[in-house]
Design a protein around this ligand. Structure first.
Ligand code: HEM
Length: 193
């Protein structure tokens, strides 16, 4: 039965792609289709970052190692959706015209921090394999703690672009605080993960 968990999580992780594909195909994106696509992928990026961060607390709470098996896959999906988010912004909003894009990154702080979060995800995706973990030894764990910085940047990005904390950004902020509190707690109790 457990052999099916990983493929099942993989298929479930494709859900955001299926929904947006359906909405594009049946013309159900609403009055602002480009924004709808960008925001869809942005939100799911944050959700996958949070899911990745939830695996260690779930392992501790349920005293089961099963959760850790999904962590890498969820993290790679976070990177995939972040890249789709950025690609739809660059491709649909700017038609791959990089000049105004660079201008945006430099002038709008919410784009700057979103872009920084995406850049930070790259080394984590590249070093996500077991082989890289063995190669980098203790440095691997240190490097992968960057995911907390990425989560903070992601939430700040959402708050800054929304110009108000209500309502969705607030929910994401609360989840982030809970996950950070778990992290601090585990650190105190000596966990190295
Ligand atoms: C880890 C990286 C990132 C995360 C977690 C993230 C997350 C989000 C979220 C949650 C939203 C708002 C969704 C909504 O309103 O429902 C959003 C919107 C947006 N993001 Fe990101 N983002 C990331 C990276 C980027 C990058 C790299 C760029 C561009 C270079 C970018 C540009 C934008 C823009 C322009 C919007 C607003 C779209 C609109 O309303 O027109 N984001 N992002």
């Amino acid at each position: 039965m457990r052999n099916y968990f990983k493929p099942a999580v993989f298929l479930l992780s494709l859900w955001p792609l299926i929904i947006i594909g359906y909405q594009i195909f049946y013309n159900k994106l609403g009055p602002e289709p480009v924004d709808r696509i960008i925001n869809h992928f942005g939100e799911w990026t944050l959700i996958f970052i949070f899911l990745t961060l939830s695996m260690t607390p779930l392992k501790k709470i349920t005293k089961s190692l099963e959760w850790i098996k999904f962590r890498r896959m969820l993290g790679l999906f976070a990177f995939f959706y972040a890249s789709m988010h950025m690609l739809s912004y660059v491709g649909l909003d700017y038609r791959f015209d990089f000049e105004p894009l660079i201008d945006d990154v430099l002038k709008k702080k919410f784009v700057f921090i979103g872009f920084s979060a995406w850049l930070l995800l790259i080394p984590l995706a590249i070093t996500s394999s077991d082989k890289m973990a063995r190669l980098l030894k203790q440095n691997w764990k240190k490097l992968h703690r960057l995911v907390y910085v990425i989560a903070i940047f992601g939430v700040l990005h959402f708050i800054w672009l929304s110009k108000t904390i209500f309502f969705k950004p607030l929910i994401f902020l609360i989840i982030l605080i809970i996950l950070l509190l778990f992290r601090i707690n585990f650190n105190k109790s000596g966990s190295k993960i």
